[in-house]
Write a protein that binds this ligand. Structure first.
Ligand SMILES: NC(=O)c1ccc[n+]([C@@H]2O[C@H](COP(=O)([O-])OP(=O)(O)OC[C@H]3O[C@@H](n4cnc5c(N)ncnc54)[C@H](OP(=O)(O)O)[C@@H]3O)[C@@H](O)[C@H]2O)c1
Length: 301
């Protein structure tokens, strides 16, 4: 598996990472998630070494703890904090964040996180400073090696410009290209690790209807971007198209594709290793279509 430096952290991470939000969504829908342990182990077996979860992704931290904590030295472990889950108190306060980090460590069965990210707080919260001080304290206490901001638009720009965070996690994909305008370039220039969330645009490109409510806006955007007809030279497989688009952007350190399906993970690894890149003209056309209609389309968290 190809690796990239996660910016100034200096850590080599696999270009394809694994995001646990899809397993969380399955759990919310009351679906069986027994395949998830298999997905995690298969990911490590093929050299994926970046796992991304969050304190508020239902039982996914426990899942990592039970399925792969015995392989802790094989992966870079990223989690998120800030929301008041399973706790009393106001979100984004030092109390809630400190409790959340300790709970994450217990659930993940580890002594340390590699990356602790603020989980999409808004600009005002960032400016207030308490949440940032809390993650810095967690780093000083050895509970995390690095700190990051996960989010989009003006808050992400502020976080990147502040110089306080080691990494940025942001939405970027063929139907959500707002980060291309400014954010990715500034983060790259500041040598931050760049982690892409929602890298497949939740798979909406090839769908006849939105796969789930969370993806409704993306689905609508895809319909508009497809109105001008087929893209010459584009791969027929919409997942390959989405991956090809994403990995054509060199600033990207890792893309944390979400899946609960071992066969999908296998297919994604296969595409990355054997079927990319896609034609530059296809990427250019996707840029052109987005720029033509997406002026007012913000990054979607
Ligand atoms: N605010 C935040 O910090 C935030 C917000 C959103 C996401 N994230 C992070 O980003 C990660 C990825 O985002 P995401 O899961 O929302 O979006 P995504 O990775 O763009 O798309 C996930 C969707 O793609 C499908 N998929 C994956 N591989 C496939 C394949 N080969 N064939 C067909 N379908 C495939 C998955 O379904 P199957 O399960 O059926 O494969 C799932 O429905 C999350 O897991 C999370 O870690 C963070």
């Amino acid at each position: 598996m190809e690796t990239r430096k996660l910016g100034r952290t200096g850590i080599e991470v696999s270009r394809l990472g694994l995001g646990l939000a899809e397993v969380y969504r399955q759990e919310l829908r009351g679906k069986e998630t027994t395949g998830a342990a298999q997905v995690l182990n298969f990911a490590l077996d093929v050299g994926i070494n970046f796992l991304d979860t969050a304190a508020c992704y239902a039982s996914t931290e426990e899942l990592i703890g039970s399925a792969v904590s015995h392989r802790r030295d094989e992966f870079f472990l990223a989690s998120k904090c800030g929301h008041a889950v399973d706790t009393e108190g106001e979100p984004w306060t030092s109390k809630v964040i400190a409790e959340s980090v300790d709970r994450s460590l217990r659930r993940l069965k580890t002594d340390y996180l590699d990356l602790l990210q603020l989980h999409s707080c808004d600009l005002e919260t960032l400016k207030r400073g308490e949440s940032i001080e809390a993650v810095i304290r967690a780093r000083e206490e050895g509970k995390t090696r690095f700190i990051g901001y996960s989010g989009d638009n003006e808050a992400a720009l502020w976080a990147v410009r502040s110089g306080l965070f080691d990494t940025l996690q942001t939405s970027f994909n063929l139907v959500d290209q707002n980060a291309r305008k400014e954010l990715l370039g500034i983060a790259h220039a500041k040598e931050m690790g760049i982690i892409i969330k929602r890298p497949l645009g939740n798979g909406v490109w090839g769908k006849a209807s939105s796969p789930y409510t969370y993806a409704d806006d993306y689905f609508r955007r895809a319909q508009i971007l497809k109105e001008s007809g087929p893209i010459y030279g584009a791969p027929e497989d919409p997942i390959l198209l989405a991956m090809g688009f994403l990995f054509a952007h060199d600033e990207v350190s890792t893309a944390i594709v979400g899946t609960h399906n071992p066969n999908h993970l296998r297919a994604n690894v296969e595409m990355l290793e054997n079927e990319l890149p896609i034609l530059p003209g296809v990427v250019k056309e996707l840029h052109r279509r987005f720029d033509a209609v997406g002026e007012g389309w913000p990054g979607i968290g």
